[in-house]
Design a protein around this ligand. Structure first.
Ligand code: CDP
Length: 209
């Protein structure tokens, strides 16, 4: 079974995808990390993230880079959202994601275009969302816990800018696939969101079988 989980920043999609992978014993790929890895290399080489050809040259990175804690920083996340808008960068990372999805037994992938572009035939597709205010609050709390100096307003502005860039780009924009089940986590605890996600997967499987 392939489970595709898409949604905007801090919607809870990563947590839900990891929990589903555990629950069903499937391998999981956080596809945002691939774009973050490219972004980290662009920053390390001091390249301009808006220059597509330069960024494409950074797409053939070593798998071990995905383990790096540096990928989780906000700066890398912002740059990831810029480099991911380039069609040639998305094309360079496509096969890697498709291969992961096609492994025997299935997989869980989370990102922005999993249900629409990477695995349009996935048995189960979830689109996870929450209001920008609530997502900004979650991200802000998380940054506070990690001792990062910032303000709520900055985090909210960043979330809105990222939503805007991810939804407006011409190539693989963030949008809900027509056959994806919607999961709004705005007023759900992590535990409740995961339970609801499992229930949605079961309902889809039941419908398919
Ligand atoms: O959850 P958060 O937005 O903080 O980070 P992420 O999921 O690691 O994604 C970082 C950036 O990569 C996003 O803002 C997207 O622009 C991009 N991305 C994408 O374009 N397609 C994907 N399948 C996953 C991420």
């Amino acid at each position: 079974m392939i489970i595709a989980v898409d949604g905007p920043a801090a919607s809870g999609k990563g947590t839900i995808a990891r929990a589903l992978a555990r629950h069903y014993g499937l391998p999981h790929l956080d596809t945002g990390l691939l774009y973050r890895a490219v972004a980290a290399r662009v920053l390390a080489e001091e390249l301009d993230p808006t220059r597509e050809a330069d960024v494409v040259a950074m797409c053939d990175f070593d798998e071990s880079l995905l383990e790096s804690a540096e990928l989780r920083t906000d700066h890398v996340g912002r740059t990831a959202s810029v480099v991911s808008a380039h069609p040639l960068v998305r094309a360079a990372l496509l096969q890697r994601q498709k291969r992961f999805a096609q492994q025997p037994g299935g997989a869980v992938l989370d990102g922005r275009d999993i249900g629409t572009v990477i695995t349009p035939d996935a048995e189960v597709k979830l689109f996870v969302k929450a209001t920008p205010m609530i997502r900004a609050r979650r991200r802000y709390d998380e940054l506070q816990r990690h001792g990062v100096e910032t303000t709520f307003d900055r985090v909210l502005a960043d979330i809105r800018a990222r939503d805007d860039r991810d939804s407006r780009r011409s190539e693989a924009p963030l949008r809900q696939a027509a056959d994806a089940a919607l999961l709004d986590t705005s007023f759900l605890s992590i535990e409740a969101a995961v339970q609801k996600a499992i229930a949605l997967v079961e309902a889809r499987r039941g419908a398919a079988g």
